[in-house]
Design a protein around this ligand. Sequence first.
Ligand code: FEO
Length: 399
Amino acid sequence: MRQLISNDIYYVGASDRKISLFENYIPLNYGVSYNSYLILDEKTCLLDTVDESKSTYFFKKVAETLNDRELDYLVVLHMEPDHCALINELLLRYPNTKVISNSQVFKMIKQFFNLDIKNQIVVKEGDTIKLGKHELKFIAAPMVHWPEVMFCYDTYSKTLFSADAFGSFGALSGNLFYDEVKDDNYFNEARRYYTNIVGKYGANVCNVYNKIKDLDIKMIMPLHSYLWRKDFNLLIDKYLKWATYTPEDKEVVIIYASMYGNTEEVACRLADILANKGLKNIKVYDCSKVDETVLIAEIFRVSHIVLASPTYNLAIYPKMHSLLQGLINLGVKNRTFALIENGTWAANSNKLISEELSKLKNTTIISNKVSIKSSYNVCDEQSLENLASSLVEDMKKEA
Ligand code: FEO
């Protein structure tokens, strides 16, 4: 069966509900789609392939959609294996296909597949390829999130093929466009996808946005998740916030590590005090229970983050330390942190966490820090109250 999107552009991608870990470390609760598009014009042109796990279904869809026509072109926008894995197999099945991409892609094809493409067309920024009515214009999108990435704009259908940008986790269930579904969880998963995969490269996202912002775009077709044909502002507004590390919500997230429940109690008491002071939508997370990719997405979302950690082997509790390394690696900035430590004989995690946070740009640490000895005691009440007051005051300051 052919799956027509619009203007002779067909969907030949596939959804994967079996995969449990994306890139073998990011948990997927709702699967993922690998999008691939086939344009049937005077020339036929496939844009990217799919993950190897979906090979059988993909090649059936390509053959059904081509309906005995030759495949003239394969455009490669991104060389990560969830999209490029079937290039070799495709060229065995369609040996006359010309591959269109940039020089870095051809180098990577050699690296991945030990394959020298004979029928290749090397393009660069601004080059165009005419398929008939459709004309593809190439836009370099380096480090969004790999160096070889390109976008491609079809001047006929006014479609932006955006590689991994504007994608998300989540399998597709027949409906291809975001406006055809009620998916309340979409932006949580889109944020988790962006922040953990593309999050480090905000400046590069801003650069490519400046190249596309004046294009007349009627559709956006990413390599993962829904396609877009309306309400682009919903998506673009989020992307610009994420890319500039601007908090979406002036809210507090409390992330604690706790071996025996004592630090957890302090974190929960702080949440209660903040609620009494009128703060809404406070979130409390156990960093040993909630996946780090969720915590990173939450830290991108909010303005204020409380980290509560025991001292462990005179260092930071391992799960908390891992989260901090994640934030540093992604270049998170523009946030306010508050700290709580717990230690039975040598509490040291506030100092060590402060040192880690000092590696993040434009980050403030609330000066009132709380230090607990083994467990919460009534004498800790005042320092917790002071921390809560400072947080509330700081949030007003930014209003
Ligand atoms: Fe969906 Fe960067 O691969």
